[in-house]
Design a protein around this ligand. Structure first.
Ligand code: HPA
Length: 280
């Protein structure tokens, strides 16, 4: 049985045999947000199925392709779709693509997701910058070495925020310039796959979350532990109703994601633009 770092090297080499390319920024696209990849110039796609050890995602709104190209003047790699714990993938498999993105050379990871809004100020289709999280997938044990091999020894209890302050400030400024509503808050990750009951939405709000989803934190923690700069943005695809009975469907989530996709694209392209030419 190969070690995790050997698997990462094998996957990376398979990807590089399709296209020799060292991305500066990696972007993970959430449910209904795959369209951002269509803006990449000189793009080429690799199906996940062609990459050894890569989890091949099946969720609706997740095409399952790796896209290489140029966005905002930077070399980027985009993950059109991600694996979720609720599909039955292990924590290691969910984090595997992030390890590969880092092994390809990407130093910055931008993560997008679809989320249910818990903060009563949020409206459907608005965006939220994640500046804190509640990890109900309990990934705290995930200590990885930079080579993806044996665990890093963290001092017991140590923690720093994985969300890069400079990226956060930069994207907030851009949102103001673009007249885009950009909230900032706490993302809670739950296992799913069902959306929440009203009582659960109420509980999550009470716990301090502004939005709830089923992804992102595994990738955030892995990338941060591998030394990448991390930013995460949620598209509020539905507003959780804690009082009136109201059902949420995956179709609604994907559709709202698509509608918000243009504003999200503008914001991310603007961010990459502001990063290009930046010293290392
Ligand atoms: N709950 C959990 N995950 C989600 C939701 C939600 O309401 N909306 C989009 N992803």
């Amino acid at each position: 049985m190969e070690s995790m770092s050997e698997q990462v090297v094998e996957a990376r080499d398979a990807i590089l045999s399709y296209r020799l390319f060292q991305p500066e920024v990696a972007i993970i696209l959430g449910s209904g947000l795959a369209d951002l990849a269509n803006h990449a110039e000189h793009a080429s796609a690799i199906p996940y199925a062609a990459i050894p050890h890569f989890p091949n995602t099946n969720a609706a709104g997740h095409p399952g392709k790796l896209i290489f190209g140029f966005l905002g003047g930077l070399k980027v790699v985009l993950l059109q779709g991600r694996a979720h714990r609720y599909e039955g993938w292990s924590d290691d498999k969910v984090c595997f693509p992030t390890r590969c993105l880092q092994a390809l050379g990407a130093r910055t990871l931008v993560i997008t997701n679809a989320a249910g809004g818990l903060n009563p100020r949020f409206r459907q289709g608005e965006l939220m910058l994640v500046d804190e999280h509640l990890d109900l997938l309990w990934g705290k044990h995930r200590a990885v070495a930079a080579d993806g091999g044996s665990p890093v020894k963290f001092p017991l209890g140590s923690r720093h925020s994985p969300y890069d302050i400079q990226l956060l400030q930069r994207v907030r400024k851009l949102a103001r310039q673009q007249d885009t509503v950009l909230h900032q808050g706490c993302y809670l990750a739950t296992l799913g796959p069902t959306y929440e009951t009203r009582a659960e939405y109420r509980m999550f709000r009470w716990m301090g979350a502004d939005a709830v989803g089923m992804s992102t934190i595994p990738e955030v923690l892995t990338a941060s532990q591998l030394g990448m700069r991390v930013m995460a943005i949620s598209v509020i695809t539905n507003v959780a109703s804690t009082d009136a009975p109201q059902a949420t469907s995956h179709a609604e989530v994907v559709e709202t994601g698509k509608q918000a996709s243009e504003r999200l694209t503008q914001l991310i392209v603007g961010l990459l633009d502001s990063m290009s030419g930046e010293p290392d």
